[in-house]
Design a binder for this molecule. Structure first.
Ligand code: ADP
Length: 231
């Protein structure tokens, strides 16, 4: 049974594709596509901190840059950073940071660039999933991979991985989540909209289950290139 606009079941994500090593010049890179949302991530570093006064003698500093291309949405988006992209860059950084052994790389910086080349909702989550793979692809010591997806409340139902059409339905609430599947820790939880309190728990549970599925796809893409710790 399904009442979602694109015919998916409530707990069904869109079609997912994940790939690492997509940018030769980067130290690590990845592509993560979920439905029509596509994120490409490039990681540079660890390398010397610029400007030097930002250097931390104890650990690496993480810099994240999220960017949505002008042609990624039906109405051309004005290029360059705006309030939204600055906020999302911070949100993505905070979601990734707990997974990285930053203390392994004192006095360095690790830069993560994520470009959204096509957007159909869920871009911050696709960005996190792509960035985590790119960090692993760069060979950076990590405690875990970060997997991310949005859950939400659409037409009175808890659903996973909203597309833009669902996001735009009146009364929809959107809950982007990021999760470290091996550590069983949530690293991002936002709520845009309203949700009955008792439904929040099942929404989070669906988010965790879905992140575990994304983790398998990320792992498969990374296999062969790097052995994940403890595997
Ligand atoms: P997220 O992409 O993480 O869901 P938002 O809630 O800010 O983040 O955006 C929701 C969706 O709205 C985006 O994925 C994209 O499809 C669309 N969107 C965002 N900004 C624009 C824009 N400037 N023009 C057209 N669509 C946009």
């Amino acid at each position: 049974m399904s009442e979602r606009p694109d015919g998916r079941k409530f707990d069904e994500m869109r079609d997912i594709e994940a790939k690492v090593g997509v940018i030769e010049q980067a130290d690590g890179s990845a592509m993560f596509r979920i439905g029509k949302t596509i994120a490409i991530a490039g990681v540079y570093g660890p390398k010397k901190v610029v400007p030097k006064h930002l250097e931390d003698p104890e650990k690496a500093i993480l810099k994240c840059y999220y960017d949505m291309y002008s042609f990624s949405v039906p109405e051309r988006k004005r290029p360059g950073p705006d309030r939204r992209s600055i906020e999302l860059s911070m949100v993505i950084k905070n979601a990734l940071m707990p997974a990285i052994f930053l203390r392994e790389y004192p006095k360095t910086q690790i830069e993560v660039f994520v470009s959204i080349i096509q957007a159909d909702a869920g871009t911050r989550c696709a960005a996190i999933s792509a960035a985590a793979m790119a960090l692993a692809d760069a060979g950076i010591a990590m405690k875990d991979i970060v997997s991310a997806v949005a859950v939400g409340h659409v037409n009175n139902e808890i659903v996973v991985d909203l597309n833009k059409e669902e996001e735009d339905i009146e009364g929809t609430s959107d809950i982007p989540m990021a999760y470290m599947p091996r550590m069983k820790k949530i690293t991002l939880l936002q709520l845009d909209g309203k949700l009955p309190k008792e439904k929040l728990r099942s929404a989070i549970e669906l988010g965790i289950k879905s992140c575990e599925k994304i983790y398998e796809i990320q792992k498969k893409a990374l296999k062969g290139r790097y052995k994940l710790q403890g595997e």
